[in-house]
Design a protein around this ligand. Structure first.
Ligand SMILES: C[S@@+](CC[C@H](N)C(=O)[O-])C[C@H]1O[C@@H](n2cnc3c(N)ncnc32)[C@H](O)[C@@H]1O
Length: 215
């Protein structure tokens, strides 16, 4: 297998236990769509892929690979090293023109607030689930603020859920519990968000892979 240039960054992220998305075994679990993306978009040969890949958010790269003009895409995260990792993972630093914003979703000031009211579609995967209920409400309100005030604005995402909705203690990390939702509780939360933001939300959902979750 060929060497790649990701490893020093992987190590610094992996050594930080706050990074919940780090998974050093992900390479062997990649599904066909992810393999195809890396082979066709990132031009990584199939025998390099397992060594090359570790788990990080990759929405911009995937959406761009699907044909969206990348200069219209914005990505935001608390931690800038994920943007750098994304470039290295997909080898698209010279071509991807997405705008990456380092910021805390709870911070109401710029740079994130400069986008208030300007976004059509928000993709927030594995994100709400990091927080307890009150903070999930705060994040959802933030999401609503970012979206254009129009009928077709859309929020997409994927979350770990639980048939028995409720707070779950964090696996590693000191303090606050995280809220797990089922369909009903998620819908109810968005009703509350709608009331708080004077907006209305129609929810569609689909259950994906069901597997034990330990975080
Ligand atoms: C579990 S990862 C999900 C990443 C990506 N969406 C995906 O599906 O792979 C959660 C991300 O949220 C970021 N994050 C955590 N707290 C945040 C906050 N307060 N503001 C912005 N980003 C935050 C973390 O740095 C991490 O990259």
């Amino acid at each position: 297998m060929a060497e790649t240039d990701i490893h020093p960054l992987q190590t610094s992220v992996a050594n930080d236990t706050k990074v919940s998305s780090y998974n050093k075994h992900i390479g062997s679990k990649l599904g066909d769509p992810a393999r195809r993306l890396l082979e066709t978009y990132s031009k990584i040969s199939s025998d390099e892929i397992e060594k090359h890949v570790y788990a990080i958010g990759a929405a911009s790269d995937k959406i761009s690979a699907d044909g969206a003009p990348s200069e219209h895409l914005y990505g935001s995260d608390l931690r800038p090293e994920f943007f750098e990792l994304g470039y290295k993972l997909f080898r698209d630093e010279d071509t991807l023109q997405s705008n990456f914003i380092v910021g805390d979703v709870f911070d109401p000031s710029p740079p994130l607030s400069a986008l208030d009211g300007k976004i059509d579609i928000i993709y927030a995967a594995s994100f709400l689930r990091l927080f307890g209920y009150e903070d999930q409400i705060r994040v959802c309100k933030r999401i609503v603020n970012l979206l254009k005030e129009k009928k077709d604005s859309v929020v997409l995402g994927r979350q770990v859920g639980n048939a028995n909705a409720g707070e779950r203690p964090r696996r590693n990390g000191p303090t606050k519990a995280r809220r797990r939702h089922n369909e009903e509780s998620f819908k109810k939360m968005w009703e509350e968000v709608g009331n708080l933001t004077e907006s209305r939300w129609r929810m569609g959902h689909g259950a994906g892979m069901i597997r034990p979750c330990f975080d």
